[in-house]
Ligand binder design. Structure first.
Ligand SMILES: C[S@@+](CC[C@H](N)C(=O)[O-])C[C@H]1O[C@@H](n2cnc3c(N)ncnc32)[C@H](O)[C@@H]1O
Length: 312
């Protein structure tokens, strides 16, 4: 086992399975099967709505006592640490003993534990017949506070989808320049700034653009939103994320939709489009290649919600 391996686990509601799989393909470049996977890529769980934890593996052994011996031999030292048991599958036979196991490890790590404000969290886990010990990072869920943004419309995109769109567009690479040229009240921008992406927004309706700025300022992010039409954007970006206009409150018609897709192609190499209907023919007409896509349901009953199209 290479030491730069991580164990990730994900969680999602039934109707979000395809959305989660699309995000994992975009971040880790492989198709997700199950809810636990190994990768050598380091991704901060909080940029995703689905990544629950990341364990950076320090030891993999066949017995728990070997972990204890290795910690002692290597004199693993930490100040203000805590040890947590990471349950990776239901029916884990060691879950009932988790407190004793964590305590046993805590006693052999050199340094002082801190249960209230730990600086390091060690994780111990049993998975598929092996024991894993390492540094555990959990999704901090702080982004859920964005649900209380001052301005939101019933048509605003959900926060989980917004996070996934960013990871599809940026692939977890924060050096990429992203744009949301039809940003509405800035749902995608908020998640972009939270994750650390370099992202800008444009919005044609001045009142809506003002609301996007107010939402960003509310969470202490720079209000990088320009009031304007996508056709006036002169800069270039690595990827654009576009929740296409629809419904009563948006300037929406087929011509505007075609104009938006044409201009998105002009200003960005990659397009991540969200639509309420199948727009395959419009995408292909613009000579774009669909590299991935996904249909999202709103609830477990599968009532239809939106499509996501990844194009280049
Ligand atoms: C579906 S809404 C986006 C909602 C956004 N994702 C949110 O969560 O608030 C589409 C937005 O595109 C804007 N829009 C429509 N045509 C545009 C254009 N040509 N250039 C820029 N923005 C445009 C609309 O005013 C609307 O706010």
């Amino acid at each position: 086992m290479k030491l730069n391996q991580y164990i990730y686990n994900v969680n999602y509601q039934v109707q979000e399975e395809d959305l989660c799989a699309l995000e994992i393909r975009s971040l880790f470049n492989f198709h997700l099967e199950g809810k636990v996977f190994f990768s050598s890529k380091e991704v901060e769980p909080s940029i995703s709505p689905f990544l629950k934890t990341r364990l950076k593996i320090i030891y993999k052994t066949s017995s728990f006592s070997d972990i204890i011996e290795l910690i002692k031999k290597d004199k693993i030292t930490s100040q203000d640490f805590v040890v947590k048991y990471l349950e990776l599958f239901s029916g884990d036979p060691y879950i009932k003993k988790r407190k004793e196991l964590c305590k046993e490890i805590g006693l052999v790590v050199e340094g002082f534990p801190s249960f209230t404000s730990p600086k390091t969290t060690f994780g111990i886990s049993f998975y598929k017949g092996s024991w894993y010990f390492g540094i555990l990072v959990a999704n901090n869920s702080e982004w859920k506070a964005h649900n209380t943004k001052p301005y939101s419309y019933s048509s605003s995109i959900g926060i989980n989808i917004a996070k996934v769109l960013l990871n599809i567009a940026g692939n977890g690479d924060f050096s990429k320049r992203l744009v949301d040229p039809c940003c509405g009240v800035g749902t995608v921008l908020l998640e972009g700034f939270f994750a650390g992406y370099d992202i800008r927004g444009w919005e044609i309706m001045s009142k809506v653009a003002e609301h996007a700025r107010a939402n960003l300022l509310h969470f202490n992010y720079l209000p990088k939103v320009t009031t304007g039409d996508i056709q006036d954007i002169g800069e270039s970006f690595d990827a654009s994320i576009i929740d296409l206009p629809y419904g009563n409150f948006c300037p929406t018609n087929v011509d505007n939709q075609v104009k938006i897709i044409k201009n998105a192609k002009r200003i960005s190499k990659k397009l991540v489009l969200v639509s309420c209907e199948d727009i395959t023919h419009q995408i292909l007409r613009e000579k774009l290649k669909i590299t991935d896509c996904c249909k999202i349901s709103k609830n477990e009953k599968g009532s239809f919600y939106r499509y996501i199209w990844v194009c280049e």
